[in-house]
Design a protein around this ligand. Structure first.
Ligand code: TRP
Length: 456
């Protein structure tokens, strides 16, 4: 527990921190993005590669970010500046700040759909679904209506700004404590219903029996990008959260618990989605960004009290998204407070508005405006394109540079000194140093090079 003498704020307790960091990690990345990516990338083989990425790359990078944050007590740009003054490294932090704004912009759009689904569920749209087309029509109607899509995006962004205005402890910590366990319980219920549906075996085998013949360089990039996205890595969010930690707070077990909780939720979301998916005629795993929104109402409809559980689930998912989006905004806000001397209020209002405006094309590109719904050349919606550029590439490049920085520039020796302030020297620390110096940069680099070779 740091005394927040600097006025930057600090966590109230270590449990509060772990919950807040888990709150940042657990969000749409687990319940929406993970099944979407797994479906697009061939199922079980992707899942396996994903798990390896979390264990051998994500977890070490998470520990590295927390260590840099706790050491410097700074936002990402300030942190690099402190450890390597007047070098180009500060631009890695700057890339993180930019990435944060862009991810927030479309994250808020999808979170807005979740809010819309609370209302749709309560109003009975998903009651007694006669044919799955009804869900598709409701979904495309919701996301394709420009007024509704923009209003929901605005509402979610406003909520994010409201919480971040309250500051670290008052705002972020309080939300996460009670609500995450409830989300977890409803997810378990969903899994039970999904795997007991007639014909669930097909989905289970898609999710669990790897078929490596379809694996390409893109599969690896998607899996790794997803690991970074889900753990909130590669843009300094965990540097920022780590900066509110004190020297006594246990870094290693925080990193392990956050990764475990995050991965568990993602894997469970897959168990909820895929068995049900294959029982719905006309739906393919390659559906894309709409996948979970098209599948979930069908499962709730087959659960007694589905209206109640469905609305509750989407409400909790919106809150999980909120505890993530606040970490995206907090990075950017912390930068403008620390480095530019802005007040918290000014930073929140200006940057929240910027992220809202950047999200407008993502909100309109799902049917409302045809040109944004399928961009020329890349053949994707604006939202999918931003997600690929920033959610996959930018985070991956950020994580590569961070592991090079900690491994070779700042040095794992100094990092281990910082870790030792709260954790005794163990094999884990030494293994971590090896992974950060060698495996992480080599594996991330290899995946990027391979992808470039594949596309040219
Ligand atoms: N990890 C969050 C999720 O899974 C999203 C998120 C929050 C994030 N902060 C981030 C992603 C920072 C990348 C970087 O929903």
């Amino acid at each position: 527990m740091t005394t927040p003498s600097s006025g930057r704020g600090a966590w109230g307790s270590r449990l509060g921190f772990v919950l807040a960091a888990a709150g940042s990690a657990i969000g749409l990345g687990n319940v929406w993005r993970f099944p979407t990516m797994a479906g697009k990338s061939g199922g079980a083989a992707f899942v396996l590669i994903y798990l390896l990425c979390v264990l051998f790359i994500g977890l070490p990078v998470l520990l590295a970010e927390l260590t840099v944050g706790r050491r410097t007590q700074k936002n990402p740009v300030g942190a690099f500046e402190r450890l390597a003054p007047e070098t180009g490294w500060r631009w890695v932090g700057a890339l993180g700040v930019l990435t944060g704004v862009v991810i927030l912009s479309y994250y808020s759009v999808v979170a807005g759909w979740t809010i819309g689904y609370i209302v749709e569920t309560l109003s009975g749209t998903f009651n007694n679904i006669q044919s799955p087309d009804a869900v598709t029509r409701a979904f495309t109607g919701l996301i394709g209506n420009p007024v509704v899509a923009l209003a929901l995006h605005a509402l979610f962004m406003a909520l994010t700004m409201f919480v971040v205005l309250g500051g670290v402890q008052g705002g972020i910590e309080r939300w996460t404590k009670i609500l995450m366990p409830v989300l977890f319980l409803i997810l378990i219920l969903l899994v039970i219903r999904s795997v007991t549906l007639d014909g669930a075996e097909k989905g289970l085998s898609f999710y669990l029996k790897p078929d490596f013949s379809q694996v390409t360089g893109t599969t690896f990039l998607n899996a790794m990008g997803q690991a970074f996205f889900s753990l909130s890595l590669g843009m300094g969010a965990m540097i920022t959260y780590g900066s509110y930690l004190s020297r006594r707070d246990d870094l290693v077990s925080s990193a392990v618990w956050v990764s475990l909780a995050d991965t568990l939720i993602a894997v469970l979301a897959g168990f909820a989605i895929f068995p049900a998916l294959f029982t719905i005629p006309g739906l393919e795993p390659t559906e894309g960004a709409g996948l979970v929104f098209l599948v979930l109402p069908n499962i709730f409809d087959k659960i007694p009290g589905g209206l109640f559980f469905g609305a509750g689930f989407f409400l909790l998912l919106a809150i999980a998204a909120l505890t993530s989006s606040i970490s995206l905004l907090e990075v950017v806000v912390a930068y403008f407070i620390d480095e530019k001397g802005w007040t918290r209020r000014r930073a929140v209002i200006v940057l929240g508005s910027v992220a809202f405006l950047l999200g407008v094309p993502s909100a309109l590109g799902n049917g409302a405006v045809a040109a944004l719904s399928r961009l020329p050349v890349v053949n994707q919606s604006f939202l999918d394109f931003m997600d690929m550029l920033f959610g996959n590439f930018s985070l991956t490049i950020g994580a590569l540079l961070l592991s090079l920085f900690v491994g070779w520039r700042w040095g794992t020796g100094r990092a281990l000194e910082e870790i030792r302030l709260s954790n005794p020297e163990t094999w884990f620390g030494r293994l971590w140093a090896l992974l950060i110096r060698f495996l992480c940069p080599l594996a991330i680099g290899a995946i990027l090079v391979n992808l470039i070779l594949e596309t040219i």
